[in-house]
Design a protein around this ligand. Structure first.
Ligand SMILES: *Cc1c(COP(=O)(O)O)cnc(C)c1O
Length: 409
């Protein structure tokens, strides 16, 4: 890779200045201007190479420029880009067939993003429940999106500040406390929404017993159980969706992020009896299930669902986790624990090391490794699922060097 693709002449600093002059200040970006990528590696405008263990925030599951995905996009782009949901489209149908064939679900609604998928799930839960039952209970520490309703569902007040009043009908139960949640259920409750493992909240898994108790609560009170698998889905945890290794089936599941391996697409999945609450005109979107994005998703799912792929993800996850455990033993003053499933792993920092979280990420970046700090608690590792043991070793070695430099008081 020569790293000059699309950025000839201008240096990274130049592009950075131009970008900072024109965008609203919603993001605090890393200084790098990315110009190309291949597999688990990215190249910046100054020709430097990076190992990408963030994968566009758990999006590029097959890595950058996977040939099957690139080819599917190329073919669909040469046929048509958009015709609207007034028509049937082959890539959408193939995608929905794959999603239903490999999950609990009978029916699918396609949209463009994670927040849109959660919006659709909340609307489906409300219309299915009928008048007067509109309340959704979610968990503290959760992340469900940035639109007003999904922000209201998000259990972190820092994202809501300044945007109040939040839409009505959202309650937050303390993380992992089933009795506290049960006490919040009332006649207006229609659904419980949660991530089986909180991603943005710091790679925090809910345990099987809790999730099974949630399922039982929902059955007893006739509530819908909605799993937000936007970050945990599409093989990330070592099964197609995380629920498939937890022994708990949701009523509605939301997916996005890795679904299109980088093209924007989202989906909600549900059983027939619930899906029928949506009738013609009750929900819709102009771009939802865009055929190019859907073709990319079909190609992505065919790779992920092929024989042996998910077993590899589980094996790589175990290998990586073992390496992180060794670092925890070497640096007990910095790393308090290692948690996660498959290839979504978190190194939880000790309270003393938390103020150093951003510094660790920056030092990793300076050494060519992209990771991030999630929920102000854990270093998060979500590499492409096609990551090799050598690439994992390189990140572990670099992290060891960085942790040795950091002083924790
Ligand atoms: C990223 C994420 C979302 C929001 O997805 P967007 O595509 O950014 O709207 C919602 N829920 C979870 C669990 C996520 O990780």
């Amino acid at each position: 890779m020569d790293g000059t693709n699309g950025a000839k002449m201008a240096s990274g600093a130049n592009w950075r200045e131009r970008g900072e002059a024109v965008f609203m200040g919603t993001y605090s970006r890393y200084p790098q201007v990315i110009v190309s990528g291949k597999g688990c590696r990215l190249v910046d405008a100054d020709g430097r190479e990076y190992l990408d263990f963030l994968a566009g925030i758990a999006v590029t599951a097959l890595g950058h420029c996977h040939p099957a995905v690139t080819e599917a996009i190329r073919l669909q782009a040469a046929s048509y880009l958009h015709v609207s949901n007034l028509f049937h489209m082959v890539p959408q149908i193939e995608l929905a067939e794959l999603l239903t064939a490999h999950t609990f679900a009978d029916r699918v609604f396609l949209c463009n993003s994670g927040a849109e998928a959660n919006e659709a799930a909340i609307k489906l839960a409300r219309i299915h429940a009928g008048p007067g039952r509109f309340q959704v209970i979610s968990l503290s520490g959760s992340f469900h999106g940035r639109t007003l309703a999904t922000l209201a569902a998000t259990g972190q007040t820092k994202f809501q500040q300044g945007f109040e009043p939040m839409p009505e009908g959202f309650l937050h139960a303390p993380f992992g406390d089933i009795d506290a949640l049960a006490a919040m259920i009332g006649p207006a409750t229609c659904a419980i929404l949660c991530e089986p493992l909180q991603g943005e909240g710091g790679v925090r898994p809910l345990d099987r017993e809790y999730l099974q108790a949630l399922r039982a609560l929902c059955d007893r009170h006739r509530l819908l159980l909605i799993f937000d698998e936007i970050q945990t889905g599409i093989g990330r945890t070592g099964t197609f969706f995380a629920y498939q290794q937890l022994g708990v089936e949701p009523d509605i599941l939301t997916s996005s992020k890795a679904l299109g391996n980088g093209l924007p697409i989202g989906a909600i999945l549900a059983k027939e009896a619930i899906a029928t609450a949506f009738t013609p005109g009750s929900h819709g979107t102009t771009f939802g299930g865009n055929p190019v994005a859907a073709a990319a998703a079909v190609a992505t799912l065919r790779v992920i669902l092929a024989d042996g792929f998910l077993a590899e993800v589980r094996a790589r996850g175990e290998y990586f986790r073992t390496g992180l455990e060794k670092l925890r033993q070497r640096f007990p003053q910095t790393i308090a624990g290692v948690r996660g499933m498959g290839l979504i792993l978190g190194a939880v920092l000790t309270p003393e090391a938390v103020p150093q979280g951003t510094e660790i990420v920056q030092r990793m970046l300076a050494r060519g490794c992209i990771i991030n700090f999630a929920g102000n608690t854990a270093l998060r590792f979500v590499p492409p699922l096609v990551v090799s043991e050598e690439e994992i070793d390189q990140v572990l070695t670099t992290l060891g060097e960085v942790l040795a430099e950091i002083t924790v008081r």
